[in-house]
Design a binder for this molecule. Sequence first.
Ligand SMILES: *Cc1c(COP(=O)(O)O)cnc(C)c1O
Length: 415
Amino acid sequence: MKHYETEILTSPFAKPDAYGALTMPIYHTAAFEFPTAKAMSDAFCGRSPEHSYSRISNPTVQNYEWRVRRYTSAMSVTAFNTGMAAIANTLLAICQQGTNIVSSSHLFGNTFSFMKLTLAQFGVEMRTANLIHPEEVERMIDDNTVAIFFETITNPQQEVADIAALSAVAHRHGVPVIADTTMIPFTAFHAKDFGVDIEVISSTKYISGGATGLGGLVLDYGTFDWRQSPNQVLKSRTKQVGKRMAFTARLKTEILTNFGALMTPHEAYMQCLGLETLQLRFQQQASSALWIAQQLKSEPRIQQVSYTGLDDHPFHAISVRQFGQLHAAMFTIDLADKQQCYRFIDALQLIHRATNLFDHRSLAIHPASTIFGLFTPEQRNDMDVKDTTIRLSIGLEAKEDILADILQALDKMQE
Ligand SMILES: *Cc1c(COP(=O)(O)O)cnc(C)c1O
């Protein structure tokens, strides 16, 4: 078992730094110089590992990717400038006109919109199943299915699928498994052990910490044999790079460079700082979230507290089995109606009215009228996003102070 902080803090640089820097410097440069024409050609044609241009690769970004790879043992890690870029580029590398993705309607809003609207324009079909029932997923898979895609904990519904069971179904049909694991960090969930082939993460959330900036990660565990893919480009790539490398090879040398969404060096530096304290912060925030949720459970002015960390939550047992004793530092509360939700949110004094998750600061949002505000009431109904729900992301402030703010806002709500 690797120890997270030790792995992250002892991760070596690819080359010794010229000045002996202890922290990886920010290589804020667009291009890199070569001693000879031959060296330049070798770098451009992938015959040497040197950096040539920062849209393709950069030492600071690579350091971030390698630190994540060192802990997770992923075969390859690619850093994007947002979580959405990580998701979009992954799907663009896998889809082709006439193919389909099997997923759920309980998805992060932009991921849903990317599949349902954007990819549909290019002849890629999104199929939605109830992921709690792997047999439903199985019925939707056909010869043109390029991937199954799901989130480890859906937000705000907090639904948790049996990931090993989903992977077994997908692999039985020769389909790769892509998981958006943003809600539960890789320190707590070892995706590869549950059959996940590709992990996508919005590192804007837990990893960045403090909402300093945006980032996304794609981890390829090298576990899928791409000769099985209905995507012709990936299938034929296996002949040049091997059956396990086709996705990463296409992602890094075609999709990433053509869409131009590699993380910037400055952001990679910030995300590395976040990586170093990730586990400390996660433990603190997740423990506070559980304590606060427990205190609120018997609060008569709250209709329902929904949190996978509470032992009466329908997905508590499976969460513990897959993610361990710490749960996401986020839960939802339901109030009587939308008006009460607004009055409550307006009365908060310490908790910030903002989107984002796992910031150092505690945050509150009314998902139905914000993140999901542009969907129709019917779509929101399908997604199980209710008008009565408030999402709370628990930060690093003292848990007693966060609770006190919630209680005073409940008082004001009723005035
Ligand atoms: C925030 C989020 C994303 C998108 O990430 P950005 O960094 O905002 O682009 C994707 N999936 C989940 C589950 C998220 O919470």
